[in-house]
Design a binder for this molecule. Structure first.
Ligand SMILES: [Zn+2]
Length: 353
């Protein structure tokens, strides 16, 4: 098995043996509010954010825009060994008022996912188009977070699948049209409200030319589904540098298939089974993989390149995640990382924000 990690290269008159590098990914940090008087669970303070940006600079991370990262992956070009991206969801006004000086100081690329309809309805909560234009000068890309930030998978009463999908498509297209009317042509990047999606939404966004981002953790690698790209939440309890460091250095597990395909479960499915198939596993020991459901550790069962596990207890109504990590053999201190999001609806097919 270990031979597959070695590359034999003929240079001049000698065969050199070099270690096959574990394919790096890019860790996307996801933020919402900047401040100390905003909901803690979705906030970083100015000092925490500054510490994160300092860390990226001091530790020689290449901070890429999402478009640059997408180009690396599309062209099959190896990403820098340490790559990161920065994103803010919702376009809260405090991202401008609290963040402007940091964005000016660091001049790093970042993306803000906005909801045009909400900007119109409650302008005092959100950045204005002028403020977004100003942040564009300091590295911001402005992207699509849907028009109205609803639970996209929810059907209206009596709505057919076809009508539901048409409504979602219109919402995305209208939001993009307003963003581009204000800011000129923008890359087609979409972040799902609440990180909730299903295969029909993924397919629709790909048809419309988008790549799309969730809120489940893990680095973005060449096998990540292009309309379900993971990001690492970096607010609140996730803002500590010690834990963030492991995530920034994580490697994408080469996952090529997951069952169930739909993160939105049936209400009756309390303890879902998860089956994950990999392209290869020549840089880690399967027996060293740990999967975490909250604070509970679950050992996956392996069969060839596929592992399975079951949630150790009933999922609560709402969003949950299972995270799996396993140490890299070739890159000491770095872990492969995979996360599967789930939503368990209540008996009426709904769940809290
Ligand atoms: Zn949001």
């Amino acid at each position: 098995m270990w031979l597959r990690r070695l590359l034999f290269v003929f240079v001049g008159s000698a065969w050199l043996v070099i270690s096959h590098p574990a394919a790096a990914g890019i860790a996307i940090l996801q933020y919402h509010h900047i401040g100390d008087d905003t909901p803690r669970v979705t906030s970083v303070t100015v000092a925490e954010l500054e510490a994160h940006l300092d860390y990226l600079v001091e530790q020689d991370f290449t901070v890429l825009s999402l478009t640059e990262a997408a180009a690396y992956l599309a062209e099959g070009k190896p990403l820098p060994a340490r790559a990161a991206a920065i994103t803010f969801d919702d376009g809260w006004l405090n991202v401008y008022t609290e963040g402007l000086e940091l964005f000016k100081k660091y001049q790093l690329p970042f993306t803000i996912f906005v909801n045009p309809a909400l900007m119109r309805e409650t302008p005092h909560l959100y950045m204005s188009w002028d403020q977004l234009r100003e942040l564009q000068k300091y590295g911001a890309t402005i992207a699509n977070h849907s028009n109205s930030h609803s639970h996209m998978t929810w059907r209206l009463e009596g709505e057919s699948d076809c009508e539901w999908l048409a409504r979602q498509r219109a919402d995305v297209v209208e939001a993009q049209a307003e963003i581009e009317a204000e800011l000129g042509e923008q890359p087609k990047l979409f972040a799902y409200p609440f990180g909730e999606y299903n295969p029909a939404l993924e397919q629709m966004l790909l048809e419309e030319g988008y790549i799309a981002f969730g809120q489940h953790s893990g680095p973005w690698g060449k096998y990540s589904p292009p309309a379900a790209i993971p990001r690492f939440p970096a607010s609140a309890q996730y803002s500590k540098l010690a834990t963030l460091q492991t995530k920034l250095l994580s490697l994408p597990l080469p996952v090529i298939a997951v069952e169930p395909e739909n993160m939105i479960l049936e209400h009756e499915t309390k303890r879902p089974h998860l089956q994950v198939s990999l392209k290869d596993q020549d840089d880690f020991m399967p027996g060293q993989m740990n999967c975490f459901f909250g604070s509970e550790v679950v050992q996956p069962l392996w069969a060839g390149l596929t592992f399975t596990l079951q949630a150790p207890k009933a999922l609560p109504v709402g969003r949950s995640r299972i995270n799996c990590t396993v140490p890299s053999q070739s890159k000491s201190g770095r872990f492969y990382w995979f996360s599967q999001p789930f939503v368990r609806p209540d008996a009426n097919g709904r769940w809290p924000d």
